[in-house]
Design a protein around this ligand. Sequence first.
Ligand code: ZN
Length: 277
Amino acid sequence: MSEVLYEVRDSVAWVTLHRPEYRNAQNIVMLMKLDDAYTQAVQDDAVKVIVLCGSGKHFSAGHDIGTPGRDIDKAFERRATTWYSHEDREGAEAMFVRESEAYLGLCKRWRNLPKPTIAMVHGACIAGALMLTWACDLIIASDDAFFADPVVRMGIPGVEFFMHPYVMSPRKAKEFLFLGDRIDATEAHRIGMINRVVPRAELASTVADIAARISEKPRFALALTKKAINFAEDRMGVNETMDHAFALHHLAHAHSAMTQSDHIGGQDAKAMKKAMK
Ligand code: ZN
């Protein structure tokens, strides 16, 4: 069973989240394999552009909060931070250390990959799934795609990779988080969060066409262009905002663990799904 599929066609690496039976819910095994795939694509001279997509009906339902493959307590390799393993740690330490690497650290690393990345989104793109798309350079969605960050219901102020006020206006970000409602691809496009919306049947061909056109440009120029724009976002405070929001996020996890049954307000996948209907 491979949680992430990898294929190079022409000069494009197609990286596919592959737990379709669980709507591509992200466990650590999947995130590590995603990092492996990205690393392979960056190292391969034949690859000019990286596309991230999902198997099955949905792009991704977010972090794994309830499948049989949930591996929240298991140790894993550190690649983005210098933190020690969270395994056998307790309380806020375990949570903070784990999420520093698995969620914030890896997404920050992926945002700065030196090759253009395109998120190709269909169906659900919820909470932790947003983080994977926001770390990409372009987001192309089909007209059946929908987006939501409903985690305020869990007592936490948004997902760990806190780009909300940069990928949409601050006022819209408040509405997106306060309500936690789904927005469809047309609305996501209107507010500037995604680049294009296309009919479902044309999604893969549109992304392939865009990737092919980007691939015609010089590798180093693409890397430098990306670096210049990411630098501009950095100067707008993206990293400081994320680090601040991450501290608040962990205050919220700790508060929840102290006052509720767990660190996510006693919400499980079933309760979240029901609330989202
Ligand atoms: Zn968290």
